[in-house]
Design a protein around this ligand. Structure first.
Ligand SMILES: *[C@@H]1O[C@H](CO)[C@@H](O)[C@H](O)[C@H]1NC(C)=O
Ligand SMILES: *[C@@H]1O[C@H](CO)[C@@H](O)[C@H](O)[C@H]1NC(C)=O
Ligand SMILES: *[C@@H]1O[C@H](CO)[C@@H](O)[C@H](O)[C@H]1NC(C)=O
Ligand SMILES: *[C@@H]1O[C@H](CO)[C@@H](O)[C@H](O)[C@H]1NC(C)=O
Ligand SMILES: *[C@@H]1O[C@H](CO)[C@@H](O)[C@H](O)[C@H]1NC(C)=O
Ligand SMILES: *[C@@H]1O[C@H](CO)[C@@H](O)[C@H](O)[C@H]1NC(C)=O
Ligand SMILES: *[C@@H]1O[C@H](CO)[C@@H](O)[C@H](O)[C@H]1NC(C)=O
Ligand SMILES: *[C@@H]1O[C@H](CO)[C@@H](O)[C@H](O)[C@H]1NC(C)=O
Ligand SMILES: *[C@@H]1O[C@H](CO)[C@@H](O)[C@H](O)[C@H]1NC(C)=O
Ligand SMILES: *[C@@H]1O[C@H](CO)[C@@H](O)[C@H](O)[C@H]1NC(C)=O
Ligand SMILES: *[C@@H]1O[C@H](CO)[C@@H](O)[C@H](O)[C@H]1NC(C)=O
Ligand SMILES: *[C@@H]1O[C@H](CO)[C@@H](O)[C@H](O)[C@H]1NC(C)=O
Length: 416
């Protein structure tokens, strides 16, 4: 049966500039014939429960992954071809294919992860091996061509997200290697309109990016293990990142607004720390961590991490500072600041906040507690009061001067 297939895995792994991204090559063979081949990088974002909260971890398909002989196959008249890669203690990624003779596609995506693996899932509240399956993957190509997609493609499967990037894939292969003809995915067709070689000639005409304006205000919440809201935030966020631009061949300063409708929320709540993690299509991840000082009953925004993998970057951008002291307030209160604030994180990244209200601890009945307003707002509220008082004072002085003047001139007439 399937066991007599001679299967081989050839793993070519190389590390990107940052050393984090691993491209893996996987092959399913039957006899001397290769029927499925994939070259790709895969990252998994998985949310799991601990005894007190939920956590989100990000792991990538390691270069030590192997094709599992027992469950991979080239398919028969009655069964679909499958590529199943296994890694670590009981984790697996599977792709099941289908074809109608002119097109082939990934009909099923299967992800299996073992919560007993404490190196990836510390403090998981269950030892289960979780298997999740999705049948809307959106990867398809003309038969006898290689499916190619450099842009990240994210697929939701259960509570997890699987993101493929730098992908080359073919099933129902006519030869033993990837076909030279490619079916390029739509994301690549739109994002790489100008080949890099022409970049130097287009820079002179390239318009500077339009300033994004004030970001929209989003409402974000993180749930406890029992489903109750434990962190609430309403705010507009703008990233100010400086990085080396491929298209402009120089370091540029870019302002990027987070659009709430395109942002997914995760995070965790612990007794003395709470994190809000905002993710946009797996290419921007912002992690805001609040800590509580239980001696003083004060909390603060103590750590900010940004991971950005924008198309114009030479390498993914990672910036983190874990000794910050922003958005300070008292336990049992929310923090509020209507004025724009700039939170410096590292020299190449700062975060601009607009109309913030946040409460990372002791949220009850899904509502903000009484707000403690930031100093800038209080000062700004004082300005109209001071101006008003000054004007009133001025009017009073003029009035007194007038009255005195009138009295004097009146007296003058009388003496004549
Ligand atoms: C596979 O290739 C080897 C050497 O090229 C050959 O000896 C063998 O017969 C082939 N096996 C099949 C099933 O074609
Ligand atoms: C976490 O626990 C909640 C409540 O028990 C449950 O609804 C949810 O499915 C769990 N999530 C995961 C990823 O196991
Ligand atoms: C939910 O869990 C938190 C701590 O994990 C606890 O403080 C709270 O009382 C729980 N709420 C409900 C409704 O069970
Ligand atoms: C967010 O940052 C905190 C503190 O640095 C860390 O404990 C947590 O694991 C991070 N969350 C994610 C999803 O990276
Ligand atoms: C899950 O992980 C644990 C600990 O690493 C291991 O003992 C167990 O065999 C794994 N389960 C499977 C199905 O591989
Ligand atoms: C295969 O499916 C595609 C898209 O659904 C369709 O355009 C094509 O005509 C189909 N080909 C055959 C041979 O059924
Ligand atoms: C960043 O994006 C590139 C291409 O868009 C992809 O090849 C790479 O794997 C991504 N890196 C990470 C860490 O997501
Ligand atoms: C694909 O290639 C094989 C082998 O070259 C050929 O027999 C088959 O007709 C091709 N299929 C299509 C749809 O072009
Ligand atoms: C980028 O700029 C450097 C120096 O400014 C120059 O030497 C190099 O040729 C440029 N590269 C491209 C692709 O324009
Ligand atoms: C972005 O950061 C740069 C460098 O820190 C700074 O000069 C610039 O004023 C910032 N822009 C905004 C809109 O915050
Ligand atoms: C999000 O909202 C903006 C403006 O409000 C809109 O332009 C954009 O298309 C929306 N995106 C999605 C995915 O709904
Ligand atoms: C907590 O607050 C107290 C009193 O303000 C201070 O002495 C202590 O250093 C703080 N602890 C931490 C971990 O910041």
């Amino acid at each position: 049966m399937k066991l007599h297939h001679s299967l081989a895995v050839l793993i070519i792994a190389w590390f990107s500039v940052t050393g984090h991204i691993q491209a893996v090559t996987l092959e399913v063979k039957e006899g001397n014939t290769t029927c499925i081949k994939a070259e790709l990088s895969v990252s998994f974002t998985i949310t799991y429960n601990t005894s007190s909260s939920t956590r989100t971890v990000q792991v990538s398909l390691p270069d030590s992954s192997t094709v599992e002989a027992g469950s991979s196959s080239c398919g028969t008249a009655s069964s679909s071809p499958w590529l199943v890669a296994v890694f670590g203690p009981g984790h697996a990624l599977g792709l099941g294919f289908s074809s109608n003779g002119s097109l082939y596609s990934v009909a099923t995506l299967m992800l299996q992860y073992n919560l007993s693996d404490t190196s990836i899932f510390p403090d998981a509240d269950s030892p289960d091996v979780v298997t999740v399956v999705s049948s809307s993957v959106g990867i398809s190509a003309t038969i006898n061509t290689t499916y190619r997609c450099d842009s990240p493609t994210a697929v939701s499967v259960g509570g997890a997200t699987v993101t493929f990037s730098g992908m080359k894939l073919e099933a129902y292969m006519p030869g033993n290697d990837l076909s030279p003809t490619e079916s390029v995915c739509i994301a690549d067709q739109t994002s790489t309109t100008a080949p890099p070689t022409t970049a130097s000639t287009t820079t002179t005409t390239a318009l500077p990016p339009t300033p994004p304006g004030t970001p929209e205000r989003g409402t974000y919440s993180v749930n406890n293990i029992n489903g109750t809201v434990c962190l609430l935030a309403r705010m507009g966020l703008q990233l100010n990142v400086s990085y080396f631009s491929l298209s402009q061949n120089k370091t540029i300063q870019e302002l990027v607004n987070l659009s709430p409708n395109e942002t997914s929320v995760s995070g965790s709540c612990e007794p003395s720390s709470a994190s809000l993690v905002l993710t946009q299509e797996q290419i921007t991840m912002l992690n805001l961590t609040f800590t509580l000082n239980s001696t003083s009953n004060k909390y603060r925004l103590s750590a900010i991490t940004l991971l950005a993998n924008w198309s114009d970057m030479t390498a993914p951008f990672l910036a983190s500072n874990t000794s910050l002291d922003y958005l300070r307030s008292t336990l049992g209160r929310s923090y509020m600041c209507n004025a724009e604030q700039t939170l410096a994180v590292v020299p190449t990244f700062s975060l601009n906040t607009f109309r913030v209200q946040v409460q990372p601890f002791e949220v009850t009945t899904n509502q903000f507690a009484t707000a403690e307003e930031c100093q800038i707002d209080q000062t700004q509220m004082l300005i109209p009061i001071i101006v008003g008082a000054a004007l009133a004072g001025l009017v009073l002085i003029v009035l007194i001067a007038y009255l005195i003047g009138r009295k004097r001139s009146h007296a003058g007439y009388q003496t004549i």
